[in-house]
Design a protein around this ligand. Structure first.
Ligand SMILES: CC(C)(COP(=O)(O)OP(=O)(O)OC[C@H]1O[C@@H](n2cnc3c(N)ncnc32)[C@H](O)[C@@H]1OP(=O)(O)O)[C@@H](O)C(=O)NCCC(=O)NCCS
Length: 209
């Protein structure tokens, strides 16, 4: 999305900045790691594909992403939205957080009038699928993932995106054995709605209305 192309979310020790061309090589190298591919349920891309992906994350109106920067020796604070890209070194990149907007469908039950018309049997809504990754293991398990998820969802509200995109719910898809991720999302209000056995994957959601 273009909305965050000149935005930083400053949480003191963590700063979220837009995904820029200068971040691609490091991100691409992270994603060569099979363990990270497994944890994030993702497929490896070529470097060229990753550059295209970066462009699409920056431009497409259904995708929002931030790169996470860690600042050593700075206190954690409440997220503050800045209309600039804060100075940072690529060496301090530790992960990313993003959301992909899709359309969800809901069956309309027990409505005989609707049942006569196939088109009225379901209603559609917009949902935001959240993904979060701390690529460097030494930064995990210190509460940073929780701070990043909360800062991102705070930005979704205060930027007006929840309202302007009409987002009805957030969802996440995560491997059933990914305990830190399951605990993190439960803690911030997500509840399990599905288990997809063929992927050994849990889906959790957080309704917004
Ligand atoms: C999943 C991930 C984002 C969590 O971030 P994190 O900073 O490690 O998590 P936090 O320190 O904020 O902890 C979140 C919760 O998980 C628990 N937790 C963290 N590490 C844990 C571990 N190794 N084992 C068990 N519980 C753990 C914490 O205690 C906390 O729960 P609590 O508050 O109920 O006690 C991070 O571990 C990560 O990026 N992993 C690799 C990529 C990935 O799995 N992404 C998720 C795909 S959606």
């Amino acid at each position: 999305m273009r909305i965050n192309q000149n935005t930083s979310i400053d949480c003191g020790n963590l700063v979220l900045v837009p995904y820029l061309e200068r971040h691609v090589l490091k991100y691409h190298n992270w994603m060569k790691n099979p363990k990270l591919q497994e944890l994030t349920c993702s497929e490896p891309l070529t470097l060229e594909e990753e550059f295209q992906m970066q462009k699409s994350w920056l431009e497409d109106e259904d995708k929002l992403t931030f790169i996470v920067i860690y600042r050593q020796g700075v206190e954690n604070k409440k997220p503050q939205i800045l209309h600039e890209i804060l100075f940072h070194r690529n060496e301090d990149m530790i992960g990313d957080v993003n959301m992909f907007l899709t359309e969800g469908y809901e069956e309309v039950e027990d409505d005989p009038a609707a049942a006569e018309d196939e088109n009225q049997n379901s209603s559609t809504y917009t949902q935001g699928e959240l993904e979060l990754m701390i690529a460097k293991p030494e930064y995990r398990g210190k509460g940073l993932g929780t701070t990043i998820a909360e800062a991102f969802l705070y930005y979704m509200e205060v930027s007006g995106l929840v309202a302007s995109k009409g987002i009805a719910k957030y969802i996440i898809k995560v491997g059933s054995k990914n305990v830190p991720s399951l605990r993190l999302f439960k803690k911030i209000g997500f509840q399990q709605t599905k288990y997809v056995a063929c992927f050994d994957q849990v889906e959790m959601e957080k309704p917004l209305h």
